[in-house]
Ligand binder design. Structure first.
Ligand code: ADP
Ligand code: MG
Length: 482
């Protein structure tokens, strides 16, 4: 299918660009980007939308991707574009923009081309009905008994346990916290517990919206309503993704009320508190706040340590005692990886994979390499100050000179270079960068970035300098961190 898709692109055009662009070392590994998007936005969003993105080509400052329909493009651009760009920037700092090309499958009739999901799965209209079930999957491995607790998540855990023992005790229950903190795990545990005696529906808000739109398109609203209003327990994951779309919120609100009226239990998760949800109707937020609202905080050291120990024990068991992660490595992971439980578990998995591949336990420094990106993520210490200092040293000018308004050539280039590096190495906005460079206007910042981009194309020395500076900034950064 990919081949058919690509064949419809204007290849001549792309080739010309490729020639100009062949200074680029290697192609962006789209598979890596996809894996990261999956981690960042969750399996559900990935499967529904992001998986359908095909990489076409990258250019100096933007990247060309394709999707099969306009609908998918609009959906993706209105919801996930920033996050996708962020992921791509991890691999290509220079990319500042994403362009989508719509490449429909050829020889499709109209109906098919507007419903690509079904084609890919070889399913037909009855997919809509099946799909509620299809996405109502409860993972048998995410249970209460393997949910580790500490003060950072105890409240959420206890409330969830209570609800699964005593329906409608807290109704609705609203659990919130950052990415990878265990919200889905908790909702799943509740579902697992309650499905023994109840009709349980576990769905992400993303899926809910998707089904909603699809059932409107196929005139299947009645079934949609019936289905959702018939459940005893409705678990909706990541409610923050339910935004906009008035008609759908309307439907959700009615479903929500109908369920509460008949005594069904509703459990919702989100990445933020109810009052912080954007583009969700006030009355829905207020119903969320009317139940019990509990948050999961970042894992504290106690929790991190327990989780690393548990996971290590589990893996040691799995590999019949062949692999043991020594205490100092467990300590490094528990101390350094503070962002989320998901990353913590990921770190343990990586160290174990290393051991299996190389048939030895990694040393402390090898572990740091294996976990480099996770350790970097914990604290991104690339500051504007670090960039300015490094660039000044490199060009042998003083910081006062760099920040002054003098326009001598020997000052202008370093200044522009520092501005360019700030743009690509930090997530600061143009006005923020302007402020840090003696209150320069954001148009000056854009001009500097563009100038350096152009110079990089024609001047190998510039490329070399930028690479050296990047190394120094990132290297210093790493040294500070370890
Ligand atoms: P969220 O939904 O908040 O983004 P998840 O529930 O998907 O996070 O958790 C990410 C991973 O971390 C999952 O593999 C989950 O099983 C695990 N996890 C999270 N919190 C805990 C915990 N307290 N104990 C054990 N595993 C956890
Ligand atoms: Mg989740």
């Amino acid at each position: 299918m990919v081949l058919t898709e690509l064949s419809s692109i204007d290849m001549n055009n792309s080739n010309i660009n490729k020639d100009i662009d062949n200074s680029k070392s290697e192609n962006l590994d789209w598979n890596l980007v996809q894996v990261e998007m999956k981690n960042k936005l969750g399996l559900d969003i990935y499967e529904s939308w992001l998986k359908k993105i095909t990489f076409i080509e990258e250019f100096n400052s933007y990247i060309l991707l394709s999707v099969p329909t306009r609908f998918i493009r609009d959906w993706i651009t209105s919801r996930y574009l920033d996050q996708i760009l962020q992921v791509i920037k991890n691999y290509r700092k220079e990319i500042i923009r994403i362009e989508f090309k719509i490449i429909e499958k050829r020889n499709d009739d109209k109906k098919n081309s507007s419903e690509p999901q079904e084609n890919e799965k070889g399913e037909n209209i009855s997919f809509i009905k099946d799909s509620y079930l299809q996405y109502n999957r409860i993972d048998p491995n995410k249970r209460f008994d393997n949910f580790v607790t500490s003060s950072s998540n105890k409240l959420a855990y206890e409330a969830s346990l209570k609800v699964s023992e005593n329906i409608s005790y807290y109704n609705p229950l609203y659990v919130y916290g950052g990415v990878g903190m265990g919200k889905t795990h908790l909702l799943n545990s509740i579902g697992l517990q309650l499905k023994k005696n109840n009709k349980v529906m576990f769905i992400s808000a993303e899926r809910f919206m998707y089904q909603f739109v699809k059932s409107i398109k196929s005139n299947d609203m009645v079934k949609f309503k019936e289905y959702f209003r018939n459940t005893d327990i409705l678990l909706i994951d990541d409610i923050q993704f339910m935004n906009g779309k008035e008609a759908m919120q309307e439907e959700f609100f009615h479903t929500f009320n109908a369920l509460l009226d008949k005594g069904s239990q509703i459990i919702v998760s989100a990445d933020r508190a109810p009052n912080k949800l954007s583009r969700i109707q006030e009355r829905i937020k207020s119903r969320f706040s009317g139940g019990l609202v509990v948050d999961i905080q970042k894992p504290d050291y106690e929790l991190r340590k327990k989780i690393v120990a548990n996971k290590t024990a589990e893996l040691t068991n799995l590999y019949s005692g062949e692999i043991r992660i020594p205490n100092d490595l467990q300590e490094l992971i528990s101390l350094e990886i503070k962002t989320s439980v998901r990353e913590l578990v990921g770190a343990v998995n990586r160290v174990v994979s290393f051991s299996r591949i190389y048939n030895k336990i990694p040393s402390l420094s090898e572990t740091k390499i294996v976990l480099k990106d996770l350790l970097n993520l914990t604290e991104n210490k690339v500051t504007i100050d670090l960039i300015q200092t490094t660039v000044c040293k490199f060009f042998k000018i003083s910081k006062n000179e760099m920040l002054s308004s003098r326009r001598s050539r020997y000052l202008v280039r370093p200044r522009q270079t520092a501005i360019y590096l700030t743009k690509i190495l930090t997530s600061k906005s143009l006005p923020e960068i302007g402020r840090e460079f003696s209150n320069r206007d954001h148009t000056t910042i854009i001009h500097s970035v563009k100038t350096i981009e152009k110079l990089k194309e024609i001047n190998p020395e510039m490329v070399d300098n930028i690479n050296k500076l990047k190394d120094q900034i990132l290297y210093n950064n790493k040294v500070n961190e370890i």
